[in-house]
Design a protein around this ligand. Structure first.
Ligand SMILES: *[C@@H]1O[C@H](CO)[C@@H](O)[C@H](O)[C@H]1NC(C)=O
Ligand SMILES: *[C@@H]1O[C@H](CO)[C@@H](O)[C@H](O)[C@H]1NC(C)=O
Ligand SMILES: *[C@@H]1O[C@H](CO)[C@@H](O)[C@H](O)[C@H]1NC(C)=O
Ligand SMILES: *[C@@H]1O[C@H](CO)[C@@H](O)[C@H](O)[C@H]1NC(C)=O
Ligand SMILES: *[C@@H]1O[C@H](CO)[C@@H](O)[C@H](O)[C@H]1NC(C)=O
Ligand SMILES: *[C@@H]1O[C@H](CO)[C@@H](O)[C@H](O)[C@H]1NC(C)=O
Ligand SMILES: *[C@@H]1O[C@H](CO)[C@@H](O)[C@H](O)[C@H]1NC(C)=O
Ligand SMILES: *[C@@H]1O[C@H](CO)[C@@H](O)[C@H](O)[C@H]1NC(C)=O
Ligand SMILES: *[C@@H]1O[C@H](CO)[C@@H](O)[C@H](O)[C@H]1NC(C)=O
Ligand SMILES: *[C@@H]1O[C@H](CO)[C@@H](O)[C@H](O)[C@H]1NC(C)=O
Length: 704
């Protein structure tokens, strides 16, 4: 028996063992519901959300957007401001970028050109993701604020996707249900109150886009009413459509309700429309947001049924961790974060484009998404057995962006496809010094493909990733520079490593990128072998002659020759990516094995000297995974509960001083670390929780 087949048998045995201790649906429901979110007041910074991955609605304490103008964001709602009129900068083709010396030749990088400031800025800021609008209560013309409401109570039921809110106004109770349709970009609202006959109604309002890099917690400009138009068509006593027209962008809100109602407006000088109903007690209303007119929309009953089924099936299928037998606050907090992260990622990050770091809560980086972050953001769907959510964007996104990535590489004199960074749905990467020089997104397709193949080892998987992996490996081989004096292939300069704080013209052979390049070639070669295709020699030549991982004082260094490693606080800052070669990546399948003493000493130095108080997000989960492989589950838990690694009352990941809130890579990386703790990894399959923890797990496969 080969080692691999022994491992397969072992894996099967473990799978059977874990099936034997399956967490029943009933137990899953109990655990999930115990973390239903409850609020008694609006947060002024973070909404509660319902959504479907491509569309999400942020609600205040009323279940709508009555007092806090939270956002309705989607995967399709984007807008361009008009192009500059500056002579010579009126078209995106006028943009030239900048040339930097790269191994004795000039390479053009997609960087802001000071001589072309207007078009450079336009390309960074456009398109930007738009807030589709606001929907809130009106109180019959009275000026009501949140403090005028009594007995405010709100519960988000994770098992059904229902947000239930209630409050009392002027002595009368208002009960509100807010739902999102899993199958369309629709919210469904049920309002139960005697106030309906006293004039309780709704408003719909529409903002103008803005050009801020970060837009939190509210997106859009409400007082610029002249730059855009809206129009209303009441199509029947129980339906109306509002059209919003913003330059090249137009979308529709199709509203349907029970009984007779009226939409009127806009109020003079605004884009605010008002809905009132003649129903005395119970209002059922749906609002569908769509880029094209939507003649057929789902009924409220259907949406509620679909939402219940979708969420029950989401929680009942896929992997599960049950920590409820442990009474320690640490276990309870990890369980809370785990459950809420699953809910929030399904709503905010399961789109047909990669998610932005703030999901569909608010905008960071103009609402664009970062391809280097997509491994963290999307991999949890695979590791937790929710492949259909992963497949919404993968590998389709890579196929869609393949041509522009081939063009990017070609234009720089490389072979293959160079994936972009800060990206919009057309695949264009925003100009930026870091954006154009960061490289760790390149091997991500190999990580995704291999993860998928481990679960679905068949020809469909091989074929759908083959072009993408080939073009990726071609670029990686062509990017590595043969250094005749050392006889090895170097990465950089210029480049930025994962920690984006080094001098790009001096950065050469960073530890993480070298290890990841090797991993990428190993997977690409295996992919060809599995299809009985020949492996391009160039890949193997580069892989087998990659520069060695740089070691300083018995530790892995950020990059080869970095000045003051461990002695200068400028180096012990930002992402400690060296820990990722054992945390995120499996040990190398080719070349020299990792030195465990060096790994341990590196982990120790990071713990001792790294500016973790300024770290953020996935650093902690990456360090936790590194600790797990080094056999220290207690240290892993300590990292996952580090005081800097925070999740708020509703499970939203707090960004901290350097990145916006919410910063969903925190949630995603937490789920990866938990999956590793629950399923182990190749050669160490099974659970890796601290001694004495009683844990039920189901449905995990080992990490690579
Ligand atoms: C914005 O403009 C770019 C460049 O012309 C175009 O590719 C893209 O489709 C536009 N996006 C929107 C939302 O209009
Ligand atoms: C890197 O070198 C290029 C010239 O190739 C220069 O234009 C650029 O300013 C340098 N960047 C830094 C950060 O030193
Ligand atoms: C509504 O009431 C609030 C608080 O009492 C006040 O600040 C605000 O100006 C009022 N708005 C209008 C339109 O009257
Ligand atoms: C707060 O909300 C909960 C339900 O989420 C409710 O049971 C409780 O009565 C509320 N408290 C107050 C002070 O309104
Ligand atoms: C409050 O309710 C009373 C009747 O119960 C009504 O007369 C009054 O107009 C209401 N006030 C407001 C502000 O709606
Ligand atoms: C809108 O409000 C902002 C902030 O209050 C202000 O700076 C801006 O001038 C206003 N714009 C218009 C068109 O009124
Ligand atoms: C491979 O597995 C996927 C996922 O189960 C399935 O959809 C596909 O049909 C399979 N392909 C083959 C050739 O069996
Ligand atoms: C070759 O590698 C050495 C050591 O990393 C480096 O100092 C030198 O600049 C490299 N040569 C070229 C031409 O890049
Ligand atoms: C590759 O070749 C082996 C041995 O000839 C054969 O068993 C296998 O089915 C082939 N696989 C593919 C994907 O063609
Ligand atoms: C490094 O230490 C110096 C002196 O204590 C301090 O002023 C500086 O802010 C620190 N830099 C970083 C990146 O932490």
């Amino acid at each position: 028996m080969t080692t691999t087949s022994i491992m397969h048998v072992l894996g099967l045995l473990l799978l059977l063992t874990s099936l034997a201790e399956a967490v029943s649906v009933c137990q899953r429901r109990k655990v999930v519901r115990s973390f239903n979110v409850r609020r008694n007041a609006s947060s002024t910074s973070i909404p509660l959300q319902v959504g479907n991955g491509n569309f999400a609605f942020g609600a205040d304490v009323t279940g709508l957007q009555t007092f806090q103008p939270y956002n309705i964001l989607s995967t399709w709602g984007w807008h361009n401001f008009s192009l500059p009129t500056t002579p010579g900068q009126t078209s995106i083709d006028d943009f030239t970028g900048l040339q930097w010396w790269t191994h004795d030749r000039l390479v053009t990088y997609n960087q802001p050109n000071p001589a072309q400031n207007d078009i450079s800025t336009w390309l960074i800021q456009n398109p930007q993701r738009i807030n589709l609008g606001n929907v809130g209560f009106t109180f019959g013309g009275a000026n009501v604020t949140e403090t005028d409401l009594q007995k405010k109570a709100q519960e988000l039921d994770l098992w059904s996707g229902k947000l239930l809110s209630s409050f009392v106004y002027n002595g009368t109770t208002v009960d509100v249900e807010t739902w999102a349709d899993p199958d369309s970009d629709t919210i469904a609202i049920v309002v139960d109150s005697n106030l309906l006959k006293a004039g309780l109604g709704l408003f719909f309002d529409f903002p103008f886009p803005d050009r801020n890099k970060f837009n939190a917690p509210f997106v859009g400009v409400w007082n610029n009413t002249e730059g855009h138009t809206t129009s209303l068509e009441q199509t029947s006593p129980s339906s109306a459509t509002i059209r919003h027209h913003l330059g090249q962008t137009t979308y529709y809100v199709t509203i349907n309700w029970n009984g007779h109602g009226t939409v009127s407006g806009p109020a003079p000088g605004t884009h605010r429309y008002f809905f009132t109903t003649t129903e005395p007690k119970k209002l059922h209303l749906t609002a569908t947001f769509s880029p094209a007119p939507e003649p057929k929309t789902s009924t409220l009953e259907k949406i509620i049924g679909t939402s219940r089924n979708w969420w029950a099936s989401f929680w009942s299928s896929g992997a599960f961790i049950d920590l409820s037998a442990n009474k320690s606050p640490d276990a309870t907090e990890l369980q809370r974060r785990t459950i809420l992260s699953q809910y929030l990622l399904a709503i905010n990050s399961a789109s047909n484009n990669p998610p932005q770091e703030s999901g569909l809560v608010n905008n960071g980086w103009y609402g664009k998404f970062h391809l280097e972050m997509n491994l963290w953001n999307s991999l949890p769907f695979a590791r937790w057995g929710h492949f259909p959510l992963l497949w919404r964007s993968l590998p389709g996104m890579y196929s869609r962006f393949l041509q522009s990535s081939l063009d990017r590489a070609h234009q720089q004199g490389y072979e293959g496809a160079r994936w972009g960074k800060m990206t919009d749905p057309t695949g264009r990467s925003a100009p930026g010094e870091i954006n154009s020089l960061v490289i760790w997104q390149q091997p991500h397709p190999m990580y995704f493909a291999e993860t998928e193949y481990r679960i679905f080892p068949n020809s469909t998987t091989l074929e759908r990733w083959d072009d993408i992996l080939t073009a990726t490996a071609d670029f990686m081989a062509s990017f590595a520079f043969y250094n005749a004096s050392t006889g090895v292939y170097d990465l950089g300069p210029p480049m930025y490593p994962v920690s984006e704080n080094t001098n790009p013209n001096a950065t050469i052979n960073p530890t993480f990128e070298l290890a990841y390049w090797r991993f990428g070639f190993d997977v690409a070669a295996r992919w060809k072998a599995r299809q009985n295709l020949s492996v391009p020699t160039k890949w193997l030549t580069v892989r087998d002659h990659l520069a060695p991982l740089p070691v300083v004082d018995g530790t892995y260094a950020v990059y080869e020759g970095i000045p003051g490693m461990w002695t200068d606080n400028a180096t012990t800052n930002d992402h400690p990516a060296m820990a990722g070669i054992y945390g995120l990546l499996p040990p190398p399948a080719s070349g020299p094995p990792l030195d465990e003493n060096v790994l341990r000493k590196t982990a120790g130095k990071i713990k001792e000297l790294w500016a973790l108080e300024e770290s953020y997000g996935w650093d902690f989960a990456m360090l936790a995974m590194n600790s797990l492989r080094l056999g220290d589950a207690e240290q892993a838990i300590e990292y996952l509960l580090d005081p800097i690694f925070q999740f708020d009352d509703a499970g939203y990941p707090v960004g901290g001083s350097r990145v916006p809130t919410p910063y969903f890579p925190n949630s995603a990386s937490l789920l990866l670390a938990m999956a590793m703790m629950a399923g182990g990894w190749d050669g160490a399959e099974g659970k890796h929780f601290p001694k004495g923890w009683e844990v039920g797990v189901e449905g995990f496969t080992p990490s690579m």
